[in-house]
Design a protein around this ligand. Structure first.
Ligand code: F6R
Length: 260
């Protein structure tokens, strides 16, 4: 996995946004995989700025989000559709028909998840997938012990994840315990992945994901099998990486033609 060390979340967001811009410019009909949570918020802010000030055009772009809570309406302020509207969709020229999230109110989970997979395939597959990482090493909501070959399905959140997500709900309001999430196999099918991690709280998950053994105990470690994943990690989140100096050398010596 390629590792890019950045100073802080602001620099990480700029770096990730450059990957998105380059992808969209190369292929205006790109299929983007999107994530929610606090990590990608500065990235989305930067993409909105690029749209406004640098004419970055989303009109041909299709998006698929990693996940959605099960059992809440799309207009619920805690839903991931609401989050995406607030942080990206309402501010760029994405066509509403090109925007996809799992339906948290589906009556038939199994067939809906199979349809979501089929829709990604029909769209030509995901060109660039952005990922955050949970404190327990989850990507999407593939919690520890998830099958490394899993596809979109319903999952039960761990208590740690429920607690971490409480910030997006009103005090006292219950965070849903179930989500529909792309599987690890679905994520690994993306042509390119960007794993973002900022802050001390992500340091142990990042050390396991990037340098630890390949294990369902840390679902993000499955990215070691992906041929084109770039991890963009700030100083604090990188603090437990043993090969930090090596990653810096690789970055410094990266050939011009490989720079984004
Ligand atoms: C969200 C998602 C999750 C988050 C992860 C980190 O769509 O798939 O894997 O990326 O829980 O969340 P934050 O960024 O809030 O620390």
């Amino acid at each position: 996995m390629e590792v890019i060390l950045v100073r802080d979340a602001a620099e990480g967001a700029l770096t990730a946004a450059r990957y998105f811009k380059s992808q969209i410019q190369k292929k205006p009909t790109s299929v983007l995989g999107l994530a929610t949570g606090s990590t990608p918020i500065p990235l989305y802010r930067e993409l909105i700025r690029m749209h406004r000030e640098e004419n970055l055009c989303f009109s041909g772009v299709t998006t698929f989000n990693l996940d959605e809570y099960f059992g809440i309406a799309p207009d619920h302020p805690g839903s991931y559709r609401f989050f995406m509207k607030q942080h990206l969709f309402d501010h760029v020229n994405l066509h509403p028909k090109h925007v996809h999230l799992p339906d948290g109110q589906t009556q038939n989970v199994e067939s809906h998840c199979a349809e979501y997979e089929a829709l990604i395939k029909k769209g030509g597959g995901i060109d660039l997938q952005v990922l955050g990482i949970g404190h327990d090493g989850h990507i999407g909501f593939n919690e520890p012990s998830s099958s490394l070959a899993s596809r979109t399905r319903i999952k039960t959140l761990t208590q740690t994840t429920v607690n971490a997500n409480q910030q997006f709900f009103r005090p006292g309001e219950q965070v849903p315990r179930h989500v529909l999430t792309m599987g690890i196999g679905t994520i690994l099918d993306s042509r390119q992945c960007l794993l973002l991690a900022f802050g001390k709280a992500k340091a142990s998950a990042i050390a396991l994901a990037v340098e630890g053994p390949l294990t369902a105990k840390c679902p993000a470690s499955a990215l070691q099998l992906h041929p084109k994943t770039t991890a963009i990690i700030d100083h604090d989140a990188a603090s437990l990486l043993a090969l930090r100096e090596y990653y810096r050398e690789v970055q410094t010596n990266k050939p011009e033609w490989q720079r984004v």
